[in-house]
Design a protein around this ligand. Structure first.
Ligand SMILES: *Cc1c(COP(=O)(O)O)cnc(C)c1O
Length: 379
């Protein structure tokens, strides 16, 4: 990995080889099941790699107008889906031009925009997101089924006025997060129990994202049989829209140690920040892995790594290393392609990391750098 010392830091590096490996697994699932798989751009939207993704997947999905537009402009082929908890009147006109599938959060939202959608010269497939009120996610911030959730319509609300749902082509549920196929296999019967009465009136069901399909311990066989059984039972098209699984482990965040100090423990300050460059570390929270580092006290030198902001809690985590860290050392955080670049910010005037592409031939290519203007022009 010679490139580690060639890049300017902080930077994200997208590993095309790893991305391809994921895409091949996803294509395998498609081939075995006949389902369609879309990239959820919320997790990963390095559009410079969309041409590659388009060779393997069926298109992309968006969480609103801007992502939908990015998919329309940059994904060379395939379908362009959008879901939003609530659409704005003025966005709908543009969405109708650039999307082919629009998923509404409720029958009420669909009824509000129905005449507009029907008047569109382009054929639009319409879905409604439902909340099957079953999920196995423990972190509420990532659980669309927690009590009082605004995401998707519950059965009781759906049934309040069934006429509102008339004319839809599909149903959508998204209830998973970083989970294996067993969770889908337990979720699906709950969905069928509640919304089974709709399944002979529609053409497709979208099983959402959160399927960790490209993880090494993922049960592909169970995913494949679950989809195949569902498809043959109802004769419906099935969509999956993973974000994480597309670019899982396909990127790094490279950082330089700027200084070291002691306060009860050894501390290193880096030019990468949890708050700015990997917000999920604080939101989830979790501790990202560093290449060559271990758990605290596993290796001879234990050190706390923190970012270069003035936020006291901008701590990435505690790690151990073979040797004492020194100024100028480079650290490589793993699995940094997802929910990182698309979530980063310039809090505290901290620069945005550059983005590099590590090609199949091991060649490193700079895609983008950022500067002071990117900070200033946000204001
Ligand atoms: C976030 C999200 C996804 C992607 O989820 P991953 O966990 O990244 O696979 C898909 N669909 C919807 C509606 C989402 O909100």
């Amino acid at each position: 990995m010679n490139w580690i010392n060639e890049v300017e830091t902080p930077c994200y590096v997208i590993d095309v080889d790893k991305l391809l490996k994921n895409l091949k697994i996803l294509r395998f699932v498609k081939e075995k099941t006949g389902c369609k798989i879309l990239l959820a751009q919320k997790a990963y939207s390095v559009y410079q790699t969309y041409p590659l993704i388009a060779e393997y997947l069926d298109g992309c999905t968006a969480s609103g107008l801007f992502e939908a537009r990015l998919g329309y402009e940059e994904m060379p082929a395939g379908e362009n889906h959008v879901f939003s908890p609530a659409y704005k009147e003025e966005d709908m006109d543009e969405l109708l031009k650039i999307c082919d599938h629009i998923v509404f959060n409720s029958p009420k939202q669909w009824a509000k925009f129905r005449s507009k959608v029907r008047k569109s010269p382009k054929k639009i497939e319409v879905g409604i997101r439902v909340n099957p009120e079953y999920s196995e996610i423990e972190t509420d911030i990532y659980n669309p089924c927690f009590t009082g959730s605004r995401l998707g319509t519950t059965l009781s609300q759906f049934k309040e006025d069934l006429s509102l749902a008339e004319g839809i082509d599909g149903l959508h549920f998204h209830t998973m997060c970083e989970q294996n196929a067993d969770v889908l296999a337990r979720t699906l019967p709950r969905f069928e129990e509640k919304f089974g009465f709709m399944l002979n009136k529609i053409k497709w069901v979208n099983f959402g994202g959160g399927h960790h399909i490209t993880r090494t311990d993922y049960d592909l066989e169970l995913l494949i049989s679950t989809i195949c059984n569902f498809k043959s039972k109802y004769n419906l098209e099935v969509y999956l829209e993973p974000g994480e699984a597309v670019a899982l482990n396909a990127g790094y965040l490279v950082t330089t140690v700027l200084d070291t100090m002691k306060n009860g423990c050894d501390i290193a300050i880096t030019d990468a920040s949890a708050a700015c460059h990997m917000p999920d570390v604080l939101e989830m929270p979790y501790r990202p892995n560093i290449i060559g580092a271990g758990q605290p006290h596993e290796k001879p030198f234990t050190c706390r790594i923190g970012g270069n902001t003035c936020l006291a809690g901008d701590i990435i985590g505690d790690y151990s290393f073979d040797e004492k860290l020194r100024e100028g050392d480079r650290l490589v955080f793993k699995d940094m392609a997802i929910y990182s670049i698309c979530k980063n910010n310039t809090f505290n005037g901290i620069p945005l990391p550059s983005v590099y592409l590590l090609g199949e031939n091991g060649e490193i290519k700079l895609l983008k750098t950022f500067g002071y203007e990117d900070f200033k022009t946000r204001l």
